[in-house]
Design a protein around this ligand. Structure first.
Ligand code: NIG
Ligand code: FE
Length: 402
């Protein structure tokens, strides 16, 4: 299939570039007035309209719309049961995330709801969110467990994630987040051991392991034990520094984490720890927005030569939205990223943070043709600027319109 009359083909990256760091995060290579050829679900070729092939039977006229790589969302909790809108009212009335959790709300509330929800219903409820995300341009997503909080519940979540993976055209990565909160009926010590014991079974379905390494949840020592047990089975992606400067970044880097996520509260020591590592700092401005906590210091990270990814953290407690264009807008409006820096953060760098940037996240020959075609007249800057104006004309996942 040929897409012709593309106003701006945005996000062209040479083969082999797996992430954008430092100054390169601010560069988005574009081709104006372009065509793009899709073969077998992959980007076969592209070029200026002056060289447009004429003998392709199936054609889409972009009518001047922009083509960009679909959004990659490297951090979500979209498999959950029921709703936590009651806590939304508590929050409006002034309770903090920690206070809501301490009253039996929060993650434990979702865990109770999950326990009484059938696997089929959990799948259906979660699929509605996946479809919503794809319609908004997300073509790859990571999904975490972490509302089971016992062996039965965690495996139920991982099976649902696996079923989603097999059902939807989007690329799905699965993360075992047994260490999300202490499961009901366990002591802290017993639960950490229970998580360690779950790892071999979880590793049959999951790609990654995560620990909520933060004040009031899991310590650096707990995290170190869990990641040591998962070594060789599951690569880490860590929740760190959302509620306090937790040491989670350092322990994540020590264990070769693919990403360390949240980072709303960081000092220069975290930036230093990440320098020269394979770990992608990932910030979740949707949860800063919803919880009213600080935004990550993305600009300082980039100025220090690091790359930054942005993801939605879509979950019922701290970020009830999977809209990656809104994430991009928050990156620009609240974190002062340029549209180009934010664009790379929600495409190539977020793909890197879930281990898929060799085949998604940019316009590169051979990569999956998972793309957004905008309506005519859109530019890179307008995406975050006109942040709630409908912009999508079509979403293609592996070459097929969804
Ligand atoms: O990333 N911080 C820990 N976990 C989620 C929130 C989960 C929930 O409240 O249900 C987060 O913000
Ligand atoms: Fe999270």
């Amino acid at each position: 299939m040929l897409i012709k009359n593309i106003g701006i083909l945005a996000g062209i990256v040479p083969e082999g570039v797996l992430r954008k760091e430092g100054a390169s995060q601010g560069i988005v290579d574009c081709l104006e007035n372009a065509w793009l050829l899709i073969e077998d679900g992959r980007i076969a070729d592209f070029g200026p309209m002056s060289t447009c092939p004429s003998d392709i039977p199936s054609e889409v006229d972009a009518r001047g719309g922009m083509i960009l790589p679909g959004f990659c969302d490297s951090h979500t909790h979209i498999v959950y049961a029921g709703s936590r809108d009651g806590e939304f009212l508590d929050k409006i009335n002034g309770l903090s995330y920690e206070e809501i959790a301490a009253r039996g709300g929060g993650i434990l509330n979702s865990s109770d709801l999950l326990g009484t929800t059938s696997e089929d219903s959990l799948f259906e409820q979660s699929m509605a969110r996946v479809k919503e995300m794809m319609a908004k341009g997300t073509v790859a997503m990571e999904i975490k467990s972490g509302y089971g909080l016992n062996p039965k519940g965690e495996m139920k979540m991982l099976r649902v994630i696996d079923r989603i993976r097999k059902t939807v055209p989007a690329t799905v990565k699965s993360t075992f987040l047994g260490a999300h909160a202490i499961g009901r009926g366990y002591s802290h010590e017993d639960y950490v051991q229970a998580v360690i014991d779950m790892i071999p079974e979880a590793a049959k379905l999951a790609d990654f392991v995560d620990v909520f390494c933060d004040e009031g949840f899991f310590t650096v020592e707990d995290t170190d034990r869990i990641l040591s047990a998962a070594k060789g089975l599951l690569r880490p992606k860590i929740h760190a520094n959302e509620l306090a400067v937790s040491g989670g970044v350092q322990v994540g880097v020590k264990h070769g984490a693919l990403s360390v996520d949240h980072l709303e509260r960081t000092t220069d020591a975290e930036i230093e720890a990440l320098r020269g590592s394979e770990t992608m700092p990932t910030m979740l401005p949707g949860s800063s927005f919803f919880l009213g906590i600080p935004y990550g210091r993305a600009k300082d990270y980039i100025n220090a030569g690091l790359g930054v990814a942005l993801a939605s953290d879509y979950n019922p407690g701290s970020s009830p939205s999977g809209d990656m264009r809104f994430v991009m807008a928050l990156g620009c409006i609240r974190m002062r990223l340029t549209p180009a820096q934010a664009f790379n953060a929600v495409t190539l760098n977020s793909a890197y943070a879930m281990g898929v940037s060799h085949e998604l996240g940019s316009i590169t020959r051979g990569k999956k043709a998972s793309l957004i075609l905008t309506q005519p007249g859109w530019t890179l800057t307008k995406l975050p600027y006109l942040h709630h104006t409908p912009f999508i004309s079509k979403v293609f996942i592996e070459g097929k319109e969804i």
